[in-house]
Design a protein. Structure first.
Length: 428
């Protein structure tokens, strides 16, 4: 990839897009929506090629699920574009305004970032989400997906470019570029593209994110690996706790908002853990600490799973806590209080999403105020940490940092502000 030439075209596109109206941008996105819908069969066929190659390479089914598209996921992609079209254009919005002591009128308004780069793994839907959010917020975008999804991404980008062409003067076809080399050199070029890329977003494994954060010379919005926890308080509805644990672990174990560790208050462990073992038996491998292991082992034996014990329960190692399994594996830790739970979670999490199950209002508020994470839930699954579920239509990722953006990132995450000052001859 010739990073200089690519970024120059993107910069020119971003400059043009920055002055497009909401009507123009929405028209272009409507044309992209139509083009993607008409290209569904081609895109799904390309995705089948990627999925087959992933399975042949021995990729786990949990990760294959992240790569695979089907009718339901494709419909969700189209719906996300429709929601983004309906959202208010943030560009030009006045964030604040006041009159200075010398009489100048000062306004702080939203403007696009300019050229955005995103490096991501699997998930072809990210190609559409990132483009649509960038375009609506007036940015050009450089896409670098993983080689495992290259056929899918090429088919998607081809449909997007065709849609932008159909939009006439409202569509800026050079507002996106897909890296197709598949090598690491293009990543290295993006990390070093000072003055060419305004902001870079990594989205994927902990290894990918840390590589970008530690080596990038351009500004980075850090998205986090998802070492998420669910804490079952001693004042919890245990039936609810079982259901939330099942959903947060099993619905999509390869997602960053799936829980990796279950934290349980010792006072209810003897009642809750056997119920959980019955619910998860044969589906999730439990890695239990010294307190929870005998309780779970007895529950497994009493329920007739002793022959499968080696496949469903084992003793946890120290390194299992704080590990992102991205699979049907769940570490279990017992604690003596909500305070101990908070300390344990803050020491092992990635500041993504955490949950407490409790009917105790004091414990709920303590947990929410003390947990250091982008999203902190009371009695709801961590699987809701998602731009679509938050009403953003789509997301660029889940920011786990504290500067500029935090949590699911929608349209405004790709904007910054500038000050507009109007005077009538003031001098200092």
């Amino acid at each position: 990839m010739d990073i200089d030439a690519v970024c120059q075209k993107l910069r020119e596109a971003a400059d043009r897009l920055a002055v497009h109206t909401a009507i123009q941008k929405n028209h272009a996105l409507e044309c992209v929506h139509e083009s993607l819908r008409n290209s569904k069969d081609l895109i799904l066929a390309a995705n089948e090629t990627d999925v087959a190659a992933a399975r042949e390479a021995g990729v786990s089914e949990a990760l294959v699920e992240r790569l695979a598209l089907d009718d339901r996921k494709f419909t969700a992609i189209l719906q996300s574009i429709s929601i983004i079209i309906e959202q208010t254009d943030p560009i030009g919005q006045e964030v604040a305004g006041w009159r200075a002591p010398k009489g100048m009128q000062i306004r702080q308004v939203r403007v696009p970032m300019g050229v955005v780069g995103i490096i991501y793994e699997s998930r072809p839907n990210v190609t559409v989400d990132a483009f649509a959010l960038a375009y609506k917020s007036g940015n050009a975008i450089l896409l670098r997906g993983s080689s495992s999804a290259l056929n899918s991404n090429k088919a998607i980008v081809s449909a997007i470019v065709h849609g932008l062409g159909q939009a006439g003067s409202d569509g800026i076809r050079d507002a996106l570029y897909l890296c197709e080399d598949g090598g690491h050199e293009d990543v290295a070029q993006m990390l070093a593209a000072v003055g060419k890329i305004d902001v870079l977003l990594p989205r994927g494994s902990a290894r990918l994110i840390q590589t970008v954060v530690q080596n990038a010379k351009v500004p980075v919005i850090e998205t986090g690996a998802g070492v998420c926890h669910l804490y079952v308080d001693d004042d919890a509805d245990l039936s609810m706790a079982v259901n939330l644990t099942r959903n947060a672990k099993m619905q999509r174990p390869g997602a960053c908002n799936a829980i990796e560790t279950l934290v349980v208050n010792k006072r209810i462990a003897g009642e809750f853990l056997p119920a959980l073992a019955r619910s998860l038996a044969g589906q999730v491998r439990l890695l239990a600490d010294e307190v929870s292991y005998p309780i779970l082992y007895d529950a497994v034996r009493k329920n007739g799973f002793i022959d499968q014990e080696a496949d469903c329960i084992d003793r946890a190692r120290k390194e299992d806590f704080g590990c992102e399994f991205l699979d049907f594996v769940l570490a279990v830790k017992c604690v003596g209080s909500v305070e101990e739970a908070v300390d344990f979670i803050n020491a092992h999490n990635t500041k993504h999403s955490e949950c407490i199950v409790t009917n105790n209002r004091r414990n709920a508020r303590y947990f929410q105020s003390r947990i250091d994470a982008a999203c902190v839930y009371v009695n709801a699954s961590t699987r809701f940490t998602d731009g679509g579920e938050f009403g953003f239509g789509a997301e660029l990722g889940i920011s786990t940092q504290k500067l500029h953006a935090r949590g699911p990132m929608g349209i405004t995450a790709l904007t910054t502000t500038k000050f507009l000052i109007d005077g009538d001859g003031q001098v200092r």
